[in-house]
Write a protein that binds this ligand. Structure first.
Ligand code: PEP
Ligand code: MN
Length: 368
C-alpha cells in the first residue's frame, strides 16, 4: 500500500551533491574534549556532513551510562562553531526536543526504542508542532513496518516536512553475526511504500562490531539508500557506550574511500536497451512461474477432493519430507540457497494446504 507523506526532497535541506549523506560521530557525548576533538578529525576528512552524538542514552539496564545530559548540548554547539559541521542528536521526550532546539541542534532523530512506542512518538511529534527542523526516524526494534511508517506519519502530521528514515536493523531472538538483523526487505518495502522518503543506513547498530561495517555500508549503497550514519569515536577502545562498533575518524575516512557508489540509472542508451531486454526476460519467466504455480494448485485441489472422498487427512508428513529432500537437492544443484529453497517450498506447501482445506470442507456437488 502506498503512503503519502508530505515531505520536501533531501536535497532542499541538505545538499550533498551526488554523494551519499554521511552522518558520523560518537555513540555518546562523553566529555567536551572527546566531542570537540572527534568533530575536528571528522570535519578534516572532508567527507562528513553531520556530527552525531547521543546526549540522552536509552539503556537496556539501569545503572549503565545514561548520557551526559543537557551539558553535552553546549559541546555540540562548540563543535559546530569550530568545524562548521551540522549537529544531530536523539530525542525521546518533549523536554529533549525543547532543550535540543534551544541549543541549536540542527537535526533530531527518534531512536529505535521510541519508534516502537506510539505514545512516545506522539509526545515528540506534539513538541515539534510548528517547528521547522529535520527529523530522522529509526526503525522500531521489532520488525514491524507499520510501526515504522506510523511513527513517520505522526512526525509528518506535526508539520515536519524535512523527514528521513534510518534503517538500523531489528532485534531477533536468534543470535547471528549481526547485533540487529538488517532484514533488507523491510527497508525495501518502506522505499516502495514511500518512494519519496530518503532512507539512511546505520551499519554500526546493525553490525554491533567494526569488522562488518564496510560490508553493510556497501550493501546499503547498492540498495540505493541515500546515506549512512556511522559511529565514530576518537578512541573507540575507551568509549563509554557501544565501544565494539565505533571506528576512529581515520578508519571512517578509509571506509568511505572504499565505498563504490553506483547510480540507480544510467544515461547510456545501449545499457538501457540491454537492461530492458533482460527485464523483459525476467517478466516472462515470472509470468511462467506463476502460471505453473497455478497449475500445481489445481492438482493440489484435485488431490484434496480425492482425499475428502476417501476420508484421508490433508497432511501426510512422509510425503512432505520426501518433497523437501528431493527439491533441496535440485535447488543446491541449481546453486539456490537452502534458505531460499526451504522458504519457497514452505510457502508453496502452505498454499496447497489452504487450497486442500477449502476443498475438503466443501461438500461434493451431489451432496450439497
Ligand atoms: C544510537 O544511535 O546510539 C542508538 C541508541 O541507536 P538505536 O536507537 O538505533 O538503538
Ligand atoms: Mn550507539
Amino acid at each position: 500500500m502506498k503512503h503519502t507523506l508530505d515531505i520536501v526532497p533531501l536535497k532542499s535541506w541538505l545538499d550533498t551533491g551526488d554523494k551519499p549523506l554521511i552522518i558520523a560521530g560518537p555513540c555518546s557525548a562523553e566529555t567536551e574534549e572527546q566531542v570537540v576533538s572527534t568533530a575536528h578529525l571528522l570535519a578534516n576528512t572532508g567527507k562528513v556532513n553531520v556530527l552525531r552524538a547521543g546526549i540522552w542514552k536509552p539503556r537496556t539496564r539501569p545503572g549503565e551510562f545514561e548520557g551526559i545530559g543537557s551539558i553535552g548540548l553546549e559541546w555540540l554547539k562548540r563543535a559546530k562553531e569550530e568545524t562548521g559541521l551540522l549537529t544531530a542528536t536523539e530525542v525521546a521526550t518533549a523536554k529533549h526536543v525543547e532543550e535540543a532546539l534551544a541549543a541549536g541542534v540542527d537535526i533530531l532523530w527518534v531512536g529505535a526504542r521510541s519508534t516502537a512506542n506510539p505514545f512516545t512518538v506522539q509526545e515528540i511529534a506534539d513538541a515539534l508542532q510548528g517547528v521547522d527542523v529535520p527529523v530522522l526516524v529509526k526503525n522500531p526494534v521489532n520488525p514491524d513496518l507499520s510501526l515504522w511508517i506510523g511513527a513517520l506519519e505522526r512526525i509528518n502530521g506535526a508539520g515536519i516536512k524535512k523527514l528521513a528514515a534510518i534503517h538500523r536493523g531489528f532485534s531477533s531472538f536468534e543470535k547471528t553475526a549481526f547485533r540487529n538483523e538488517p532484514m533488507w526487505d523491510l527497508a525495501i518495502q518502506l522505499k516502495s511504500a514511500c518512494p519519496e522518503l530518503p532512507i539512511i543506513n546505520d551499519p554500526s547498530h546493525i553490525c554491533g562490531n567494526r569488522e562488518l561495517i564496510p560490508y553493510i555500508a556497501q550493501k546499503a549503497m547498492d540498495m540505493d539508500l541515500q546515506g549512512l550514519i556511522i559511529e565514530s569515536h576518537i578512541d573507540p577502545s575507551v568509549a563509554w557506550t557501544d565501544a565494539k562498533q565505533q571506528v576512529t575518524p581515520a578508519a571512517l575516512s578509509d571506509l568511505l574511500d572504499n565505498l563504490s557508489v553506483r547510480r540507480p540509472e544510467s544515461n547510456n542508451p545501449a545499457f538501457e536497451d540491454k537492461l530492458a531486454e533482460l527485464r523483459q526476460q525476467i517478466d516472462q519467466l515470472d509470468d511462467a512461474i506463476l502460471k505453473q504455480i497455478g497449475d500445481r494448485m489445481k492438482i493440489a485441489e484435485k488431490i484434496g477432493e480425492y482425499k475428502r472422498d476417501n476420508n484421508v487427512t490433508i497432511l501426510q508428513v512422509s510425503r512432505w519430507d520426501e518433497i523437501v529432500e528431493k527439491r533441496l537437492q535440485l535447488a543446491r544443484a541449481l546453486t539456490l540457497s537452502d534458505d531460499f529453497a526451504t522458504k519457497y517450498l514452505e510457502l508453496l506447501h502452505n498454499e496447497s494446504i489452504r487450497k486442500q482445506n477449502e476443498v475438503m470442507n466443501t461438500k461434493p456437488v451431489a451432496e450439497a
